[in-house]
Design a protein around this ligand. Structure first.
Ligand code: IDP
Ligand code: MG
Length: 163
């Protein structure tokens, strides 16, 4: 809950989100392109690994979609090869990452967004981003052990944010 107090400000500044480059993004050689967009924007990378997700991980990650007709195919797809899982940090990173990623349907995603520039099919939309604070916390805990995350401040942070 944001009360507008100093503690809330600090917590917001440390906001984190889970971003995953899906198997299609890895297979198509788009890792640097996608990762670079978050890096160039000015967010801070605090966790990074490449793994082929287990079925259990995939089913938990997409648990909210369990009843949807595409669930089986989605789990097959996300477990089909390596995924690059990342945690990015920064003020407003959860919502802004969704803007950088673009709409779920790539044909409707704005030009300039990752999906708008790099994808055409909803089932091959190259990247995942948490959709809110609760989801972000859940997904980060699912994909990363606490010790796999680095809390650090980039040396040039004062050239990215005023405070
Ligand atoms: P999001 O990735 O933009 O948050 P969600 O609605 O959470 O979109 O759906 C999760 C993922 O499930 C999508 O990124 C996409 O890969 C897949 N998906 C969603 N809807 C469909 C569909 O109608 N057909 C096939 N795959 C879908
Ligand atoms: Mg989603």
């Amino acid at each position: 809950m944001d009360h507008g107090c100093r503690l809330c400000e600090l917590a917001m500044a440390r906001e984190r989100t889970l971003i995953a480059i899906k198997p299609d993004g890895v297979q198509r050689g788009l890792v640097a392109e996608i990762l670079g967009r978050f890096e160039r924007k000015g967010f801070t990378l605090v966790g990074l690994k490449l793994l082929t997700p287990s079925r259990a991980l995939a089913e938990q990650h997409y648990g909210v979609h369990r009843e949807r007709p595409f669930f089986g195919g989605l789990v097959e797809f996300i477990t089909s090869g390596p995924v690059v899982a990342m945690v990015w940090e920064g003020e407003g990173v959860i919502a802004t990452a969704r803007v950088l990623i673009g709409a779920t349907k790539p044909l409707e995603a704005a030009p300039g967004s990752i999906r708008g520039d790099l994808a055409v099919d909803i089932g091959r939309n190259v990247v995942h981003g948490s959709d809110g604070p609760d989801t972000a916390r859940f997904e980060i805990g699912l994909w990363f052990q606490p010790e796999e995350l680095s809390t650090w401040t980039p040396a040039d942070q004062c050239w990215r944010t005023e405070s």
